[in-house]
Write a protein that binds this ligand. Sequence first.
Ligand code: ADP
Length: 369
Amino acid sequence: MSDRILTLNAGSSSLKYALFEVAPDGRPARIAKGKLDSAGANPDPVELIAWAESENGGGALIAVGHRVVHGGREFSGPAPISDALLERLDRLTPLAPLHQPHNLAPIRAIRAARPALPQVACFDTAFHRGRAPVTTRFALPRAYEESGIERYGFHGLSYEYIAGALRAAAPGLAAGRVIVAHLGNGASLCALLDGRSVDTTMSFTALDGVPMGTRSGSIDPGVLLYLMRERGMGAAELEDLLYHRSGLLGVSGLSGDMRVLLESGTQEAADAIELFAYRVAYEIGGLAASLGGLDGLVFTAGIGENAAEIRRRICERSAWLGVALDGAANAAAGPCISTGESRVAVWVIPTDEEEMIARHTLALLQASR
Ligand code: ADP
């Protein structure tokens, strides 16, 4: 029987899980995955442990790996769970109040039920550590930065996976200047130089950057001051507006789901789609400036992997950078979707955050043995 690793990605309303077996070559191979929705109650992660040990003939569960949104300044890689670590991660909750508590709850539940089972936290921020200060600094008085207010960046597990997949598929390109567009319900872009994060569009929180399904993306902070002063809006109301009622949903008045908007045909849906493509292309321009030019562009996540029409619009707006799209390859989702003459190679690569968590978890376990 092979050793097994369970990965958990706990959100506010769902728990995504995947089960891996350690293959003879020492790499994790997925054997099952799924998603539990919580209609009111939180899904029980402890039940998943029993399932993981018995599923598909059974096997020894050697560790559980978790996606944890915030690792703060301390963690540039995954960390083994301990009581001390949980305390440190609790202290980061104010930086990600909508995500961090949901990520930590199943860790605690499993720790209580199975204290000897190793668990590993894999952070969305870790891949973005070590960037130049000019890319992490807000133009605020220094004391604010010293207290932790800086541009962290998120979706790190996805970018790390893509950096590795691109290195395997096109090593020459991966060694150059590449922008990855992770376009899902949450959306951000990352500039990679030789596979390392140089800059990214999400910053202090997962609100910054491009508009998303229901999140506003970047907004003039003066708008928030205005809403507070003139409309009497408080923190909770602003949070609800910016996280849950804006983005594609807010502009379309219809849905935060890109598929629904592409099929709808209303003017408001068209406006939302156009704003999304415009803002993504705008950030590509900005990140190309960070990189001093551009060799490659990679699309990933739900919209990036599946919506050829959105890729087409973004690429057309990026033609000035030397992007030339191959229409037939784009319709077939690649993997390479640029023409032979395109100065920028454009790829579609499906992301796999669970696999990244499983690899990290296994590596950490082996290092500690
Ligand atoms: P999450 O950030 O929750 O993991 P996903 O990466 O699954 O989200 O992306 C969800 C988004 O991808 C939704 O906006 C959905 O409409 C979009 N999407 C998925 N499939 C398609 C498709 N075939 N065409 C257009 N958009 C799609």
